[in-house]
Design a protein around this ligand. Structure first.
Ligand code: PNS
Length: 163
């Protein structure tokens, strides 16, 4: 059983994430979308909200599981018996950060490989940060996030900003 992990913050999940996850799932038997709980990183959406969005997007896909973890990704991968971590690459600018993280993860556990998927061109400009910026300014996020969660994201973000 080939198990891959897609680690990330997913704050929120974007159309680009959904594309990479769907494509990666074609190459393994089980793909775990793993939300890293990073106490240093303040997210806009809570862990529960981010998981709910992902569940709605991948509802019915039997290969895909959604979980959260704390601590090192490689340690989580070892516990889950996963052989690879999957990350998406958009532009050259992603490379430096991703290369460093892949090398650190290799040092932590050489048995866990990092696999990179190139973002599809139509999604290569999308990031969770850009989605949050659009939401803060009430700009149209159509196409940036999976359509089935677009209205949920807008409603929840408006509620948060009213607080
Ligand atoms: O998509 P993101 O927000 O860049 O994802 C970041 C994430 C969760 C993959 C990264 O912060 C992470 O791996 N955190 C867990 C701690 C860890 O293992 N760090 C890498 C080696 S120091």
């Amino acid at each position: 059983m080939k198990i891959y992990i897609c680690p990330g913050s997913y704050d929120p999940v974007t159309s680009g994430h959904a594309d990479i996850i769907t494509r990666a799932a074609d190459h393994c038997d089980k793909l775990i979308i793993a939300l890293g709980e990073n106490s240093l990183k303040n997210t806009f959406f809570t862990l529960k909200e981010r998981i709910a969005f992902l569940k709605k997007v991948f509802n019915g896909n039997e290969k895909i599981e959604i979980e959260s973890y704390s601590g090192l990704t490689t340690e989580y991968a070892r516990i889950k018996k996963a052989t690879a971590l999957v990350r998406g690459l958009r532009a050259v600018s992603d490379f430096e950060y991703e290369y460093q993280m892949a090398m650190l993860n290799r040092k932590l556990n050489p048995d866990v490989e990092t696999l990179f998927f190139m973002a599809s061109p139509e999604y290569s400009y999308i990031s969770s940060g850009a989605v949050r910026e659009f939401l803060r300014n009430d700009a149209d996020i159509t196409g940036l996030v999976p359509e089935c969660i677009r209205e949920d994201i807008i409603a929840l973000s408006r509620k948060k900003m009213m607080k």
